[in-house]
Design a protein around this ligand. Structure first.
Ligand code: 3HC
Length: 296
């Protein structure tokens, strides 16, 4: 028996990734329920999505009517119990295995549809670790989006030793055909494909700054002009969030014990100092309210 088409999605977390995932789902005509812990965080998440939709209108990617319709499809809740009827849930909370595991265990008690797909947008945590916290690991999968989600076309699909073929097919069909993303598959290894390549590069750039090998501005300029990257590694670390880069590095180091994956002291100190990047206005660079670099 084929499963019903996915029309009701739940997104857990309305930070930069959760908000982006909720936005692309709403823009793809799907009913989206977003969970945030408090009303204040939910309001901040909605505002984040509306700013991005406004940007879509001003750059001519969507019409005003499409923006209004997308906004209508988005609802927010602070009660995970409201996720009972969801056909797909995408968890996009902080990159912390304990927090994510607790959410998957709770979702397992809440989501009633036996065909529902339980997905994580984790950047690096092996999906099996989340799957085993539920009574249905065959329905747990990784759906990893890229920041900014409305702009970057990729989704990594991560299957575990237990994910069923039907769930894999359903999740791939949703990401590819409903959301219009390009899908690549990855084995269930920390970092998956993109972060396994990206994070050692970002950490190497941080080590270069730390050792005085080159300035952050010159490192970024070199990769933009010499490699045609859209932004340099320090600016990208600011975009991803230094706390997130550290968590991904920790997770990859735990899995592979590879020295290149260990977080350098400069990254640790900046995270301890709360200088976690663009989302707080300061990381390697300082940002104005409009998100542009204010001070180098
Ligand atoms: N929402 C909607 N649209 C957005 C947007 C957002 N948040 N951010 C940018 N855009 C749109 C703009 O409207 C603009 O559209 P237009 O060309 O039609 O006018 C287009 O994207 C380009 O934006 P800007 O002109 O403002 O800025 P740039 O040209 O400098 O591009 C960027 C900004 C899209 C962030 C680009 O620099 C980029 O792609 N950088 C690399 C990002 C990247 O590598 N992301 C992956 C990070 S790794 C990850 O996410 C995995 C995780 O696990 C860590």
């Amino acid at each position: 028996m084929t499963s019903e088409k996915i029309q009701r999605v739940g997104v857990i977390g309305a930070g930069q990734m959760g908000a982006g995932i909720a936005e692309v789902c709403a823009r793809a005509h799907v009913d989206v329920l977003v969970y945030e812990q408090t009303r204040e965080l939910a309001a901040a998440g909605r505002a984040r999505i509306m700013r991005s939709l406004d940007r879509g209108v001003s750059s001519g990617k969507i019409t005003e009517r499409e923006r209004e319709q997308a906004a209508w499809r988005l609802r927010f809740t602070s009660d995970l119990g409201d996720f009972a009827d969801r056909q797909l849930v995408v968890e996009a909370v902080v990159e912390d295995e304990k927090v994510k595991s607790a959410i998957f265990a709770e979702l397992d008690q809440i989501v009633t549809d036996p065909d529902a797909v339980l997905a994580s947008n984790t950047s690096s945590i092996p999906i099996m670790k989340l799957g085993i916290t539920t009574s249905r690991p065959e329905r747990v999968i990784g759906l990893h989006f890229f920041n900014p989600v409305p702009v970057l076309p990729l989704v990594e699909l991560v299957t575990t030793l237990k994910t069923s073929a039907a769930v894999t097919e359903r999740a791939e069909q949703f990401a590819g055909e409903v959301l219009g993303k390009q899908v690549v598959r990855s084995a269930d290894r920390s970092g998956f494909v993109v972060n396994a390549l990206l994070v050692p590069y970002l950490l190497s750039a941080i080590r270069m700054v730390e050792s005085g090998f080159a300035t952050k501005e010159d490192i970024d300029k070199a990769t933009v002009l010499g490699l045609a990257h859209p932004m340099g590694p320090l600016a990208l670390t600011d975009l991803v969030g230094l706390d997130t880069v550290k968590s991904i590095a920790d997770s990859m180091y735990e899995e592979f014990k590879e020295p290149l994956y260990s977080a350098p002291p400069l990254l640790l100190r900046m995270v301890e100092a709360g200088l976690v990047g663009k989302k707080v206005g300061r990381g390697f660079y300082e940002y104005a309210d409009n998100g542009r670099v204010a001070k180098k």
